[in-house]
Design a protein around this ligand. Structure first.
Ligand SMILES: NC(=O)c1ccc[n+]([C@@H]2O[C@H](COP(=O)([O-])OP(=O)(O)OC[C@H]3O[C@@H](n4cnc5c(N)ncnc54)[C@H](O)[C@@H]3O)[C@@H](O)[C@H]2O)c1
Length: 329
C-alpha cells in the first residue's frame, strides 16, 4: 500500500481524492486544506497546514493554487515525501528551480500533473507518430475552445493571469506537443480579452516551432461553448460533456492523423491522389488514475517520473513566452 497525503481539495483535488480512496493499492493518509469544511472527513485526519501533519506518509499530492506549489513542494521534500504536484509546476522559473534543488537535496522525486501523457489515446497518438509510418511530422493545428462559467473566476487566484487559459489549459497542450514533436525553439503568442474585458487573456493564438522542424498553431478561448477541446473530445473530465470531436490535426510527409478520433489519413503520394482514412484504436483508462499508479511506482523506485519538474519547467518556459510575446505577462 502507498500512503498519500492530499493538499488542496478544490476542483482537481476532489478528483484526486476520489481516485485515491477508490484505489485498492492507495491509502489516503491525511487531507491538508486551510478550509475546515474542505478537510473534514469521517475517517481520514485533516490538517490546516502541511506543517501540522503528524501521520506517516510516502508521498503527497499537491492540488493547491499555483503560487503555493513551490513552498509546499519544498516543505514536503524536507519531510522526505515524494511529490505529485499539479501543473503549472510553479508560477515562475525561479520557483521551479528552487523546487528541483530542494527535491534533489532531499533525495525525493517530483512528478508533475501533466496527466494527459497517461491518456491511452494520447499514448497511441505518440506511438503512431514515433513509429514513423506517417513519415516526418510537418505541421499541427490545435483548438482549445471552451466556455468557462463566470463563477469559475470568482476564486481569487483565478481572477488574474494564473486563471487564464494560457496557464490553465494550453499548458497541457504544450506538454503534449513537446512529447510528440520535441523541444520548442520559437514562440509567438497573441491574446485578447474582447468578450469579458477581464484583467487576463481570454482568447487568442500561439504558433510554436519545434527543434524537429514541426510548426504548430493553437487557437484558444474560454469564452466560447464549442465541441472542440481536449476534455470535450476525449470525455476525460467528469465536468465537461463528451462531444467526441477532433481538436488536433497533425500533418506528416506520408499522411496525417486526427485526435482524439485517431483517424489516420494515408495512401496519397501528392495532391493529385486521394488520401484514405483508417482507424486506430486505444484501450480505455482514466488518466488521473494511471498517473496515481505511476506515482506509486515512482515512490517505490520502480519508475522515474514521466514528467519531472525539469521537463515541466520547460513547458512553463514556453507558456511564459506565449504570455510575454502576447504582451500580457
Ligand atoms: N490537471 C488538471 O487538469 C488540473 C485541473 C484544474 C486545476 N489544476 C491545477 O491544480 C491547482 C489547483 O486548482 P483548482 O482549480 O483545483 O483550485 P481550487 O481553488 O478549486 O482549490 C484549491 C484548494 O487548495 C486549498 N489550499 C489553498 N492553499 C492551501 C495550502 N497552503 N495548503 C493546502 N491547501 C490549500 C484551498 O482551500 C482549496 O480547497 C492549480 O495549480 C491548477 O493549475 C490542474
Amino acid at each position: 500500500m502507498t500512503r498519500l497525503l492530499l493538499a488542496g481539495t478544490g476542483l482537481i483535488g476532489t478528483r484526486h481524492q476520489a481516485h485515491i480512496e477508490a484505489h485498492p493499492d492507495l491509502v489516503l493518509a491525511g487531507i491538508i486544506d486551510p478550509d475546515p469544511a474542505r478537510r473534514a472527513h469521517p475517517t481520514v485526519p485533516g490538517f490546516a497546514s502541511i506543517d501540522d501533519v503528524d501521520v506517516a506518509a510516502d508521498g503527497i499530492v499537491l492540488a493547491t493554487p499555483t503560487g503555493s506549489h513551490a513552498p509546499l513542494t519544498i516543505a514536503a521534500a524536507r519531510r522526505g515525501w515524494h511529490v505529485l504536484v499539479e501543473k503549472p509546476v510553479a508560477d515562475t522559473l525561479e520557483n521551479a528551480d528552487a523546487m528541483i534543488a530542494a527535491a534533489d537535496a532531499a533525495g525525493v522525486k517530483v512528478l508533475v500533473g501533466h496527466h494527459r501523457r497517461h491518456h491511452p489515446r494520447v499514448a497511441k497518438l505518440q506511438a503512431v507518430l514515433a513509429s514513423g509510418r506517417l513519415g516526418q511530422p510537418v505541421a499541427a493545428s490545435l483548438m482549445w475552445l471552451m466556455k468557462k462559467p463566470d463563477d469559475y473566476f470568482a476564486v481569487d487566484w483565478r481572477a488574474g493571469i494564473d486563471g487564464a487559459p494560457i496557464k490553465q489549459n494550453l499548458i497541457h497542450d504544450v506538454d503534449t506537443l513537446r512529447w510528440l514533436f520535441g523541444e520548442v525553439t520559437d514562440v509567438v503568442g497573441l491574446a485578447s480579452n474582447a468578450v469579458r474585458g477581464a484583467a487576463r487573456p481570454e482568447s487568442g493564438g500561439a504558433v510554436l516551432r519545434f527543434d524537429s522542424g514541426v510548426t504548430a498553431t493553437i487557437a484558444y478561448a474560454d469564452t466560447t461553448p464549442t465541441p472542440w477541446g481536449f476534455e470535450a473530445g476525449t470525455g476525460e473530465s467528469p465536468h465537461i460533456p463528451h462531444t467526441a470531436q477532433d481538436s488536433l490535426r497533425i500533418a506528416c510527409t506520408h499522411g496525417a492523423i486526427e485526435f482524439p478520433s485517431l483517424r489516420v489519413w494515408s495512401g496519397a503520394a501528392h495532391w493529385n491522389e486521394e488520401p484514405k482514412p483508417t482507424q486506430e484504436d486505444a484501450p480505455d483508462g482514466i488518466p488521473l488514475v494511471r498517473q496515481l499508479e505511476h506515482f506509486a511506482e515512482v515512490i517505490a523506485g520502480r519508475a522515474t517520473p514521466v514528467v519531472d519538474a525539469a521537463s515541466a519547467r520547460r513547458t512553463l518556459e514556453v507558456i511564459l513566452r506565449i504570455e510575454e510575446t502576447a504582451g500580457v505577462a
